[in-house]
Design a protein around this ligand. Structure first.
Ligand SMILES: Cc1ncc(COP(=O)(O)O)c(C=O)c1O
Length: 363
């Protein structure tokens, strides 16, 4: 096997293309995770993440070593404990994952299941909390599996009114959509580096608001214990051997965000998605999604277009797998549930099953 020799233009909701500047930063000489020259970089990244999440001054902001799921689990592991009443809004694959993690950490979970492809109606959460209350509520801002954005500002306000803690997944929104922890009153939010931030995966931002720090529980996981991680990030107390090259990459990507300005960046993401839709209206399933979500769509490609040549295999196979096989060696734009081939636009046609539920599988 050799390394890839053709460039893939990754326009899916992650991993995204990494700017050359970020790749160059990663190749700087390796420092130890406790090197006095490295410590200020870590502090800089923490401060920059606090700005990116728009968290309050007392908030804890750092990054876990791992992909978005590590920060997802860290959020739950530091807030949820045995016997807690948890409510999780499930509008797709990642809401379901969040519910599973809540259960693993001992919560009794009540799910608010919403038809995939639709955003939750805040009234459903209000009714659920009025009925039975909750200690902690989990929700996904940008549900990658369906391309739907949930109204976190309204939902977080309801959670706060009922005295519960909110945990919000911003894996596919942070850096590309407005996220405002302090303004919206969100308690805990986590994300990843490889989507709208533009760094490689393997390091995952997380923030806990000042007030929510008082609601943290004794963490059952040593690796994901945010208090121990804070001791490392703030006071350089050894916890684990952080990959300093990934911190360089994240720092460079965050510098680029600071230079561009957050509002300008959100607007650019929105413009590009509108441009994409104008260039190519897309199959019926896109239009249906846009209509059904009342404009609450993600700033990320979500199309389910399969090039004609990628189909027709004698053996039925999942659309994504067929697309990947077809794309190999070609110049392609790849998204998890979609492939719009630059060379053969005319040959593209919709593949219904790649939408929504079936559109996101682990392969
Ligand atoms: C909304 C959402 N949450 C969580 C995750 C998990 O992130 P990771 O695959 O980086 O572990 C993803 C990944 O795509 C996601 O889209």
């Amino acid at each position: 096997m050799s390394l890839p020799d053709t460039e893939r233009i990754l326009l899916g909701p992650g991993p995204s293309l990494i700017p050359p500047r970020v790749l160059r930063a990663m190749s700087a000489p390796v420092l130890s995770h406790l090197d006095p020259d490295f410590v200020p970089l870590l502090h800089e990244v923490g401060a920059s993440l606090r700005r990116l999440f728009r968290a309050d001054d007392k908030a804890l902001a750092l990054a876990t070593s791992g992909t978005g799921t590590s920060a997802m689990e860290a959020a739950v592991a530091n807030i949820v404990t045995d016997g807690m009443r948890g409510v999780v809004i499930v509008t797709g694959y990642f809401g379901d994952r969040l519910a599973q993690i809540f259960e693993r950490y001992g919560a009794t979970v009540r799910r608010i299941d919403v038809e995939w492809g639709r955003a939750v109606d805040p009234q459903k959460l209000r009714d659920e909390l009025r009925r039975e209350g909750a200690d902690v509520v989990g929700m996904v801002h940008a549900e990658t599996s369906t391309g739907v954005r949930n109204p976190i500002k309204e939902l977080a306000a309801i959670v706060r009114d009922h005295g519960a803690v909110s945990i919000v997944d911003t894996v596919t929104s942070l850096g590309g959509h407005e996220v405002d922890l302090a303004g919206w009153g969100v308690d805990v939010a986590y994300s990843c580096a490889q989507k709208c931030i533009g760094a490689p995966s393997g390091i995952a931002p997380i923030a806990v608001s000042g007030p929510a720090r008082q609601r943290m529980v004794k963490c059952r996981s040593f690796y994901l214990d945010l208090k121990l991680l804070e001791d490392y990030w703030v006071s350089s107390k050894y916890h684990h051997t952080m990959c300093t090259s990934l911190v360089y990459a994240l720092r460079e990507a965050l510098l680029m965000i600071d230079e561009e300005g957050l509002e300008a960046r959100w607007a650019r993401h929105e413009r590009l998605v509108q441009y994409r839709s104008r260039c190519r209206p897309g199959p019926a399933c896109w239009q249906d999604l846009a209509r059904r979500t009342d404009g609450r769509k993600l700033h990320a490609p979500d199309a389910a277009a399969v090039p004609g040549g990628a189909r027709g295999s004698a053996r039925p196979e999942r659309p994504q797998r067929a697309v990947r096989r077809w794309c190999r060696g070609r110049e392609c734009v790849l998204a998890p549930a979609a492939c719009q081939c630059l060379r053969s636009r005319a040959g593209c046609r919709a593949a219904g099953p790649a939408c929504g539920r079936a559109g996101f599988s682990a392969d």
